[in-house]
Design a binder for this molecule. Sequence first.
Ligand code: FBP
Ligand code: AFP
Length: 323
Amino acid sequence: MTDTTLRRYLTQSVLDPNLIFLIEDIASSCRVIANSVRNGAFEGNLGAAGATNVQGEAQKTLDILANDEFERICSNSPRLAALVSEEVEEVTWLKEPEAGDYLLYFDPLDGSSNLDVNLSVGSIFAVMQVEEDGDRNVLRNGRNQICAGYALYGPSTMFVLTVGDKVEGFTCQHGTGDFRLTHPDMMVPAETSEFAINASRYKYWDEPVRRYIDECIAGEDGVRARPFNMRWTASMVAEIHRILTRGGVFLYPADSNNRDAGGKLRLMYEANPMAMIIELAGGAASTGLTPIMDIDPTGPHQRVPVILGSRSEVERLVSYHKT
Ligand code: FBP
Ligand code: AFP
């Protein structure tokens, strides 16, 4: 399996060659960003935007550098019509859209509060297609995603991808830079005993979330059959990767302190791609009230409540929202 590089995997598929070019460009962007993350302390770009470096030049944060790399590398893709990035307010149109062209949604560097403390961060992306010539609507729901994935910049760099069937995990081989298929057909374990939530927000939570977390903490002393463990890395990519590997549930719910904003995480380039991956890996993804990928977006930077992971746990949370 590890002989299968991302390139070989893609070229052996029946995908449109222009989509293959785009996925390869996304993977190249992630390879470059992995190096920038690794060398951030030497290159002086871990600091705040607006700061200046020793040469007096305006310093870019890694969020901005990562966005620039995605733009620079992916803009070469022949059928890419537009970019929707967390870092850019407006949609960036690269060409007059034609039916079948691609739309790329991405968060170039997610979990960036982890940069200063040298913990895992990642990039998240999704691809949709233009339906008709001249159609500039980028606000389609997540069921329209034809491809989604993330790169995890951790102890090793990983590229996790789905093109609509399986979820495949590739690890970047140090030295060659190749992404090699090391985690084929990733599935979320069905029975799990781990939850991830920022527990400091307990006082803001709604009743269904409090009930669920209280029950997990009570474990076998309450209604659950087993004790639960907790993890919070403050990097969605790292949490989702852990859930794909050993199961669990991730929550960033709406609460009384973020409800006006709609939650914290962004629909188009955080929640939707992760929802596609988790659903195809056998899990579920919901706001508590609605499957995430069924939400018809109202704006490119819309925020939504996010509950995703092992199916039985997400279903339990959804049932608590109904009572
Ligand atoms: P950013 O887009 O600002 O990086 O926020 C996203 C994120 O970092 C997620 O990756 C993570 O799950 C969450 O925010 C952590 O939030 P908090 O700091 O409230 O724990
Ligand atoms: P190990 O020595 O088994 O790796 O345990 C140490 C440690 O991983 C430490 O680094 C963590 O802070 C802690 O355990 C996590 O413990 P919990 O799994 O109980 O949260």
